[in-house]
Structure formats: C-alpha cells, structure tokens
Design a protein around this ligand. Structure first.
Ligand code: TXA
Ligand code: MG
Length: 361
C-alpha cells in the first residue's frame, strides 16, 4: 500500500483528504497529546479489522474511540452517567479515556467483543481537526506495531507502519509521551485500568472514591501478573512497551543505583554482551557501557515520560543484548510517576533488582 507522509508544514492542505480516507474506511495515523494514534472509522467493522491487521494486534484487545465534540459521545453509549458527565466536563479535551456501556451503533469489532466502549476526546489540535473533518468517531490504538513501544514522533510511526496505512500526519514530537489514563465507570466504584497523566488524586477530587485495578498495582510493585488475575484492560496483559533486549530495572537510592549500574555494565561487557544503560542526567556513567542514555533528572518525571518510549526504541536501533535501567525513584512520585513506573515495569517484565531488598534479577 502507498503511504502518504504529510509533514507539519503541509498539514492544512491534507485534512480534507485525510477525512475522506477515514470516512471511506481507510487508515490515517495522527498525533495526540499522549502518543500517536492509528485511526479508522470506529463505526465500520472493516476499518477496525484493518487497524488490527496493520498493527498485528490480537483482536480481543479493544480500541479507544476518539471524538472531538461533546455531542458526539451520547450516540456511542447507553447512557452518560452523572459520574461520566463530571469527568468529561472536568478533563476533556485531555488525556483521559472513559469506559462506558456501549450503544448498538458501536460494532463489537471495535470493542474486542466487549459490551463496553472506551471513549476519549484528545486535546491535540491536529487530532481534533482531523476527527471533525472525518465526521465520524475515530477508533485509534497507539500507532505502533503490537508489542513495540508507543510512538511519540512521526518517525516512530513511519518505522512501524509505512506501507500499512494510507496516510501518516506528522505533528512533531508529542507533549506527554505516555498513553491516556483509562477509567472504567461501568461498575459501582470507578476503577483506573491504566495510569496516565490524569492521576488517581485528580479523579478522586472530581468524583470521590476511585480504585486502581489490582493487577495494575501489582505491576507497579514489580510483580509479574498471572493469568488467574488478568488486568481488566485486555491490552495491559500483553508484553508491551518493551524493547527487544531484556531490560533490567534497578531500584534504590540514586548513588546505590549508579554504582550497581556501573558494576552490571562491566559484568555484561566482560561476558561479551552489547550493554545499554538508561539513567538520569546527573549519572556519571558515560563510557561504562556501549550506549548510555540520559533521559531526565530524577524527580523530573515529565521529562522522563516525554523521553522514555523514544529511548526504548533507540535501544532497538542500537542492537543491544542487555539493558540496565535506573528506576528514577518513581515510586516516590504518586502523580505522573505512577504511570511512567507502570510502563517501565512492564518493559522490564519482572526483571527487577530492588537494592533495598537485595533480590535477584
Ligand atoms: O493515549 C491513548 O489512549 C492513545 C492515543 C492514541 O489516544 N491510545 C491508546 O490506545 O493507548 P491503545 O489501543 O494502545 O490502548 C488502549 C487500551 C488497551 O489496553 C485496551 O485493552 C483498553 O485500552 N481498552 C479499550 N477499550 C476497553 C474496554 N471497553 N474495556 C477495557 N479496556 C479497554
Ligand atoms: Mg498501545
């Protein structure tokens, strides 16, 4: 398939064509404030099937439906409950996805067979303009091939999806860098299924009691999730966000972690491995490994969030055998840190060395 790549300076000339492609069942990748999305008409089962095929995504993993106007939500859901209404008014447009019971017009091909639907109104100007030009709600998972880190730049999308989609709209580097918070409001107590920029505290302030899916809490504690208690968002159960080389996460105080990273890198190199280190800006580790990536200061979670996926992709491009990463003290940051820790823990897939407990990798 021929893919049109539209650069930032030309975007205005292409919205109409992009909207037409979407209405006619084609696929357009576009930037949002969180990560790039791979869009198709959410009401067209064939377009959804094309999305799954382009990503190589298991079809039991539902898609998020994106809208640009409040009036476009009601037709997608059985009812907008008072809680959902409060959340929409407070956090939309913005990085919050709300799970509600779906109406009949949303095909199960889009919801992975579920009777609920995830809805989100992104705040990115390109996304909003594109959705309005399409005139239909847009189903859009992150625009990566399944299992790879989510794309935060058009180059990442081109790397994964060139030749598999009709158009890629380049909106530059995205702002946040990790995917939206997902909150399910279909149960008695709203539940966070995926942490993101909108934190538990912010949600609680708006609507009262909110819980976090147990499986998600386990991931953040560095535990492996089991098939007995799978996460409630089907997508959270897959090995995900992960670079190709095994990633080992080292948790502890800044100095301890730095010393351990130096030791592990030396060990890896003497074993003949190509070693990468992911560490904070302040870490004095240059030259200790084949590649050393500095992705932000400890405590500067917004910068770390912005850089993490790009760094994990860089690890793939650099063809490493093993990666050791600082945990950046993220467990101490209850806000965006919780979301970033969730992604790094998932990328590590249980390979966690906690220097405070001295476990094994
Ligand atoms: O920030 C974002 O949300 C990005 C941008 C493009 O908007 N999108 C995104 O989509 O991250 P995706 O498909 O990569 O992740 C969607 C997650 C998956 O884990 C999926 O299982 C979950 O949302 N999900 C979608 N619909 C659901 C539903 N009805 N019930 C439970 N989980 C659902
Ligand atoms: Mg994704």
């Amino acid at each position: 398939m021929e893919t049109i790549v539209v650069r930032e300076s030309e975007l205005d000339d292409y919205y109409e064509e992009a909207g037409r492609i979407l209405r006619e069942g084609g696929l357009v990748a576009f930037p949002t404030e969180t990560v790039y999305g791979l869009g198709g008409n959410a009401l067209d089962p064939e377009a959804s099937a094309k999305i799954y095929a382009a990503k190589g995504r298991p079809s039991d993993n539902p898609l998020i439906v994106h809208v640009a106007d409040f009036a476009d939500v009601a037709p997608l859901v059985r009812e907008i409950t008072p809680v959902a209404d409060k959340l929409m008014k407070k956090f939309w447009p913005g990085p919050l996805t709300i799970i509600m019971n779906k109406s009949d017009i949303v095909p199960t091909a889009t919801t992975g067979g579920l009777q609920s639907v995830a809805v989100r109104m992104p705040v990115h100007p390109v996304a909003m303009k594109l959705i309005r030009c399409a005139g239909v709600p847009i189903a859009a998972p992150s625009a990566n091939t399944s299992g790879r880190p989510s794309p935060t730049k058009a180059e990442h999308v081109i790397e994964d999806l060139f030749g598999r989609v009709d158009m890629i709209m380049d909106g530059g580097s995205v702002g946040i860098g990790v995917e939206s918070t997902i909150v399910d409001v279909t149960g008695e107590v709203p539940m966070i299924l995926r942490p993101g920029y909108i934190t538990k505290e912010m949600l609680t302030e708006a609507i009262g009691d909110v819980t976090i899916d147990k499986a998600v809490a386990k991931i953040n504690e560095g535990q492996l999730i089991t098939s007995k208690e799978p996460p409630k968002a089907p997508g959270m159960k897959y090995r995900h966000y992960a670079p190709k080389a095994p990633l080992n996460l080292i948790c502890g105080d800044e100095e301890e972690v730095e010393a351990e990273l130096r030791k592990l890198a030396a060990q890896g190199k003497s074993d003949g491995l190509r070693v990468g280190i992911i560490c904070s800006d302040g870490a004095d580790l240059d030259g200790c490994a084949d590649r050393v990536y500095h992705i932000g200061r400890r405590g500067d979670t917004e910068t770390i969030a912005h850089n993490i996926y790009d760094c994990l992709r860089q690890c793939d491009a650099d063809k490493l055998d093993v990666i050791y990463s600082d945990d950046f003290g993220l467990e101490n940051d209850e806000a965006l840190g919780y979301a970033v820790q969730n992604r790094i823990m998932k990328a590590a897939g249980g390979h966690v060395l906690n220097l405070k407990q001295k476990g094994d990798l």
